[in-house]
Write a protein of this length. Structure first.
Length: 287
């Protein structure tokens, strides 16, 4: 299967890392940069991204707001008599979602996929198709264990984690079959504003792990109440100026800059095949 859309996958087998919040902000951010975007929720049973979207549609309709939204597909894990049958059904549904987005009016430039916080066949399949993989992780030694086993005394890297091995396997398989690579970005979420020793130690270790297992590092989102408030409305920090119920605060301005920094790290305008300059959603809407 080949798709012209650039696929961005949010992946981490540990729950609570901020995948759905990040997926929503990346999707809306890309739309506001002028791109056409589709989203897929592979964790439809938990459904955080799907609920986020539903909240958005309801809030936009209630307040009659002209806000951009992606084309959204939730996919729930199939039930079948055997694992092989289940995997084949899951694969078919994912490929069907890709085809629907490819054939949508105007097509899409990007597909943003939110994956389950557990190891599943659908999650592994999404990793295989990723052009860009973003792994949010809370800034702690507990979450660092998702990437690598670390010696508690010497802080040396002992071995890759199960998740890192899975990513490596999908990268190797993708390259062997298509000659394409997966750009892996790890983002540090819930960063403390304090320059604590723990924060510095994690930063130094992540640099070593990144070099060993070939991923890029990006600062993520700070621990802010505003993210939880926006979820209930289906809004993002990039919509906040148009939200009639939300005032712009210093914290919101700082958080919005964090989103923009992540988009710069992804670098949509540097991806081969996409326009270097596009009008923003706001400019096109006002025109």
């Amino acid at each position: 299967m080949t798709t012209k859309a650039h696929i961005i996958v949010l992946g981490n087998v540990k729950g609570g890392s901020g995948k759905s919040t990040t997926a929503m902000h990346v999707a809306i951010g890309l739309i506001r940069l002028g791109y056409r975007v589709g989203t897929i929720d592979l964790d439809a049973r938990q459904g955080s991204l799907t609920r986020y979207m539903a909240n958005r549609f309801e809030y936009v309709a209630r307040h009659k707001l002209a806000l951009p939204s992606p084309i959204h597909f939730p996919i729930e894990q199939a039930k079948a008599a055997t694992t092989d049958e289940q995997n084949q059904i899951d694969r078919n549904f994912l490929l069907m979602a890709f085809a629907e987005l490819e054939n949508a009016p105007g097509k899409v430039d990007f597909i943003v996929i939110d994956t389950p916080g557990a190891e599943t066949f659908l999650g592994q399949l999404a990793h295989y198709y990723a052009d860009t993989l973003i792994t949010p992780m809370n800034d702690s030694f507990v979450d660092l264990d998702v990437l690598a086993r670390i010696d508690p005394t010497s802080f040396e890297i002992i071995a890759p984690s199960i998740y890192t091995r899975m990513v490596s396997e999908q990268r190797e398989s993708r390259y062997a079959q298509t000659g394409e690579t997966i750009d892996w970005i790890v983002m540090r979420n819930r960063l403390s504003s304090l320059d604590a020793r723990n924060k510095r130690d994690i930063g130094e270790l992540l640099e070593k792990v990144a070099q060993k297992f070939d991923f890029r590092l990006s600062a993520g989102f700070g621990e802010r109440v505003v993210f939880r408030e926006l979820f209930l409305k289906g809004m993002t920090l990039l919509d906040i100026k148009e939200d009639p119920d939300h005032k712009m605060t210093i914290s919101a301005i700082s958080a919005r800059q964090e989103v923009r920094d992540l988009l710069r790290c992804i670098g949509p305008e540097t991806i081969k095949g996409y326009p270097q300059k596009m009008t923003s959603y706001q400019d096109r809407h006002q025109a």
